[in-house]
Every structure is written in C-alpha cells, then in structure tokens.
Design a protein around this ligand. Sequence first.
Ligand SMILES: Cc1cc2nc3c(=O)[nH]c(=O)nc-3n(C[C@H](O)[C@H](O)[C@H](O)COP(=O)(O)OP(=O)(O)OC[C@H]3O[C@@H](n4cnc5c(N)ncnc54)[C@H](O)[C@@H]3O)c2cc1C
Length: 437
Amino acid sequence: MRGSPSWGRLPGAEPQWLAIGSRHQALPERASMLPWGNGRSYGDSCRNDGGVLLAAGALDRYIAFDPATGIIEVEAGVQLAAIIALALPHGWFPAVTPGTRWVTVGGCIANDVHGKNHHRAGSFGHHLLDFELLRSDGTVLHCSPTEHRDWFDATIGGLGLTGLIRRARMQLQRVGGPWLRGDSLRFGSLAEFFALSACSEPDYAYTVAWLDCSASGRHRGRGIFLRANHAPATVAGPQQEAAGRALRLPFTPPLSAVNRLSLRAFNTLYFHRPAAQARERLWHYRPFFYPLDAIADWNRLYGPRGFYQYQCVLPAADAETVLDEMLARIAASGLGSFLVVLKTFGAQRSRGLLSFARPGVTLALDFPNRGAATLALLDALDRLTLDAGGAVYPAKDARMSAAAFQQYFPQWQAFARYIDPKFSSSFWRRVTGSTTA
Ligand SMILES: Cc1cc2nc3c(=O)[nH]c(=O)nc-3n(C[C@H](O)[C@H](O)[C@H](O)COP(=O)(O)OP(=O)(O)OC[C@H]3O[C@@H](n4cnc5c(N)ncnc54)[C@H](O)[C@@H]3O)c2cc1C
C-alpha cells in the first residue's frame, strides 16, 4: 500500500493504483481514472478516492534534447529534477519551475504551474511546444498551438481530466550555470512589498517574498523580499551550498509540530537573522528555487491529520487592503504556518482554459488541519477572495465550495466538454457536485 496520494496528507478513501509506462499503448478499461504524477499537489486535484490512479512515473524516458536550441522532449513522468540534471551542464534550465523539483512534466502541464519569474515568463504552458494526449477510447491527439489547439488549451491547467499526457516537448531557458545573484531585503509592511516588487521586476527575473503571518499590530505585513537573476558562468558560490544534501524527517510526530508558539518563535528568528538583509549575494539554484526540498517529507511535520494549503490570487487594485485583512484574521486565529509566500503575477494571459495564474498578487500558506476551526478560517479567506474578484488555486485546494470554484473559474462548463468520459477526480466531483467516482 502506498502513502497518501497528495502532499497535504488529509484523510481519504484508498484509490486503486495502476502503473502506466512506455509500453502501454492504451489505457485500461476502467470507469473512473485519473493520471497521477508525483503527488506534489496539496489537496484532492491529484486524488481519485475510490477510483483508479494511473501512476505515470514510469513514463520516464528522455526522447530528445538539443543542447544548441534548448528544446527537450520527454515522457510525461520525467521530473524537473531529472531535466535539470541533464540540461544544466549544457547551460539550460526549465523556463518555469515551481517551488519543488520533484514534480513531473505531466503534473506541471495539468496545473499550468508558475514560478518566481511569472512576471517575466508567464506559466509552464507558455513554454510548451507540443504534447501527445492519450484518451480512454484509444485516440491519440497531437496537440500544439497549431494542431488540436483547443485540446492544447484545455489540457494546460486541465487538472489531468482531458486524458493522459504521454510525452511533451518544451523550450528551456539559457542560463550561465547553477548560481543566481541578487538581494535579500527586509520590508516592514505590505506597502513596502508592493513598492519593492514594482521597482525590482524590470531588472530581476525572479522576485518573491516570505511573509511573517504571525506578526500583528505595526509589524503586520513584514517580511523578506528576494530578487535575483541567473549569474554568468564565471560566477561560483560556496561549495557547501552546492553540495546541498537533503535531510529526512525520521517519523511523523503524533501532533502537528506547527502551533502558535513554534510559529511565532520561528518567524521572529527568521525575520531577524542576519542573512535576511544581504545585497549582491549568491544562491545555488537548489536553495533559491527549492528551499523545502532540503527536508524530504517535511509535510509530515503537520502530524497524522495532515494540513491544508491556501493559495489565492487577488487583482492588484484592492490587493493591499484585502491582504491586510487576511493577515489580520490569520494572525488572530493563531493558525497559519512558517511558509507564507507572496508574489506578484505579471500581465501575461495564461494559455490554459482553466489556468490559475492571472494578473495580480498571489498569497500561499499552509494551515495545520485543526478541523472546523481551520475550515472556518479558510471559508472566511474565500469570502474575501471572492469579493475581491480573485481565485483559489486548485492544485493546492482540498475544501473550497462548488459555488466558490464556479465563480473563480466561470469557464468550467466550457472546459467540461473536453473531459475524458472515463476520467474523474475527487476535486472535480467536489467542485461540480457530480457524485460518480
Ligand atoms: C514544496 C512545494 C512547492 C510548490 N510550489 C509551487 C509553485 O511555486 N507554483 C506552482 O504552480 N505549484 C507549486 N506547487 C504545486 C506543484 O507544483 C503542482 O501541484 C504540480 O502539479 C505537482 O506535480 P506532480 O507531478 O506531483 O503531479 P500530481 O500532483 O501527481 O498531479 C497534478 C495534476 O496533474 C495531473 N497529471 C499528472 N500526470 C499527468 C499526465 N501524465 N497526464 C495528464 N495529467 C497528469 C494529475 O491528474 C493532477 O490533476 C508546489 C508543491 C510543493 C509540494
């Protein structure tokens, strides 16, 4: 038996697992199936409780890589970590990467993931050249911006529901090497965060901030802003940072280790540590892009009841006021986590019919599962997001209501006609009110 299919480790009914590899030319004859990449989605968009999960990790072959152009073709179960290992020595890096490299190409397409460079590079779908989609009736669709374009757009951000992506071709970005150079800057308020974002985005490919969600009163909205660019090949930082071995949490604590006390203590220390204010510093790409990958299975810190992540995007116009209200409620609740991320999205329109990323500012943070209290807080955050005209990210969600989803993604019915009749997910059943697993 495998562990939980999703990163938040919330309880749910067991699925049946079927491995799909290169030799499979057709999908099994099952009533309810869902592709599964590496389970780095937090909520139930990668779950199919009571149905079948098609574990696509065995679709793990490289097909082609051209070091002259940076175009790579892989099977959809290949992880970004493997692409980096192959391409970085030739001076290429994924054009967009989320905050963990243990994600598959299929998973990155199905959530149209974004990274710290959204304001420059848009999301994952913007760098896809084409992919192959296998439907349960045996049809194979070659999808690109010019061929089966509607299927291309429906599958990008399509939550795995349009069919199994077997292989994909994408454009990597040219980089000098594994190092990044930039600044780490403390800020004292949300207004300062917005000012730093505005002045940094023209010059820096990557911008992101960590927020202290336990701070209240005049400290509310304080945090640390990071901005960086890939450094030239001639630049190298400390070797111990490059070595970066991952630690592993040896066991799941019986209760969440994240509580009001540990949160406040960690956040205060983190904010005041000397490295929080440093100009012209170097980061190896691993701690810069993937700080959480340094602790394997960190998700077990939240104990056996698991945790929720809440990630929303808010239109820029009212973002500061709405964020301030959200932070006030989170600080008052004593819930919330160490890992609070704030980032502005650029104006580039996402490619996918159901893509999450849109212009505005995005806030992401974890909440230990304390049952009704946590759900009530998340519902309150949803009301603020809805009133502001924002949206919640399905890749992170395990609890938003059907009404909220349908308001965040009014195009969901137009999308529904691309769903494979044999495919379903726990998420989709929940947010559309359908019942069949
Ligand atoms: C520490 C951490 C940091 C993260 N940071 C970010 C971030 O910065 N930005 C961001 O956007 N996301 C972020 N995420 C979320 C993560 O990037 C996405 O959830 C991603 O889609 C997970 O990929 P996966 O391969 O694990 O796929 P899974 O989680 O297993 O599946 C995700 C979706 O892809 C579908 N799918 C998987 N394989 C295929 C296939 N072959 N064909 C069709 N559909 C398929 C599944 O059905 C499911 O709907 C983060 C997650 C973690 C744990």
